[in-house]
Design a protein around this ligand. Sequence first.
Ligand SMILES: Cc1cc2nc3c(=O)[nH]c(=O)nc-3n(C[C@H](O)[C@H](O)[C@H](O)COP(=O)(O)OP(=O)(O)OC[C@H]3O[C@@H](n4cnc5c(N)ncnc54)[C@H](O)[C@@H]3O)c2cc1C
Length: 453
Amino acid sequence: MKQYDAQIAIIGAGIVGIATAYYVKKVNPDVSVLLLDNGVPMALTSAQSGENYRNWWPHPIMTAFTDRSIDLMEEIARETDNLINMNRRGYALTTRSESTETLMQELDYGYSQLPGSEIRTHNSNASHAYLPPVKPDWQTAPSGVDVINDQALISKIFPSYDPSINTVVHIRRAGAISAQPMGQYMMQHFKSVAGRFLNAEVTGIDTGDGFTLHTADNSTIKTQKVVNAAGPFLQQIAEMISTTLPVQNTLQQKIAFEDTSNTIPRNMPFSIDLDAQHIDWTEEERQLLTESADHHWLTQQMPGSIHCRPEGGDNGTWLKLGWAFNNTASDISRTPVLMDTFPEIVLRGAARLNPSLKHYYLQMPTSMHHYGGYYTLTDENWPLIGQTDVEGMYVAGAMSGFGTMAACAAGELCALHLLEAELPHYAQALSPQRYQNPTLMAELTALSQKGIL
Ligand SMILES: Cc1cc2nc3c(=O)[nH]c(=O)nc-3n(C[C@H](O)[C@H](O)[C@H](O)COP(=O)(O)OP(=O)(O)OC[C@H]3O[C@@H](n4cnc5c(N)ncnc54)[C@H](O)[C@@H]3O)c2cc1C
């Protein structure tokens, strides 16, 4: 049995716990911090991420928060000669709908408080002003948003898209990074300034004169402040001090495979089909599915937001496809059971925007990798960062499908709370105290979409 002391103990060495540890030490290297995990750092949810980032959100608070995170990721990219493989070809939101009024209103509102976030519209008369996503380099990519309403221009820039697409909204401050080297970099820095990592499972927490954490191997940790950064296990940690957090877990999946037949141009941005759809089954398949009690739902209308992007850079050959259609909360497991039909579902769904993917209907490439993890999320899909109802107990989590892109800003924000430093304007709204603000909560409940991708 060992005993440890630290001013701050952080439970969870996923990307969020690591970023919190990193920014605490960046702001004040003299604070003693112990980071705990019962597994390998970055190996749970953080290893399942699609690694996409964007500053596009339906609400200006989340826009400001993720935009700040992108500033911080760019800082790391600059410091490390882009060890984190940051690129920036944007997010392309596509729709067949001719009436994009709601989409445009959400866009205007989401970006309304972000300086320099120009929204440019391109139709056949003004198409010359549009800068195509030719290069992956994040430093030279445009900012703001381009809205393209001209089908001829859409086909020219995005040749793999189905010709039925009427509008593309191209979010320019968006792209992908590599999360594992980012986590490693922050961890190395944390250790280099006397940050400590302990491989141990927290099994209990006593309160009174600070906190005493108990671990499965009978060690104890005495600390003044605890951060719950346990990802899908947030609730279990909260229950150790007889509290609860307003979070649930939904299982989400992705596939990655080698695009052996070059069906998708390598310079295609992360592309999202916003429209709801009926999956493209053959009549025979549809009949069989209709007759199956378990699979009947696959013949019904499916939600939009299926996405596809090239993975591995311009010289790579892989693709990633994802579709976060599952909104049923589930119990959690460190090794979740994936839906064996998911690869087929996501491939057919994605082929609606990129019909060239139909090439793989008959035979999926043998390299196909099917993986998944939990979105730990609140009803409004905003994170929980800050002190909880229990003094000295903090939370940094509920990072849903945006935890990789928002980890740096979340870690920085949690560090500022812990060190009682000046907080950014979005701090209160992202803290557990937002539930005491009925005006904000009513606004969030009324939003037609919550930014879940
Ligand atoms: C399929 C999928 C795709 C995604 N795609 C994207 C994307 O494109 N972009 C994006 O930004 N985000 C994406 N995300 C979301 C992102 O991956 C998560 O939000 C993020 O990884 C959460 O990090 P975390 O540190 O909160 O949790 P985790 O990575 O789960 O880390 C929590 C850690 O806590 C540890 N722990 C738990 N309980 C204990 C205990 N009792 N004692 C000690 N340690 C404990 C665990 O071992 C774990 O290491 C995706 C998620 C999924 C599932």
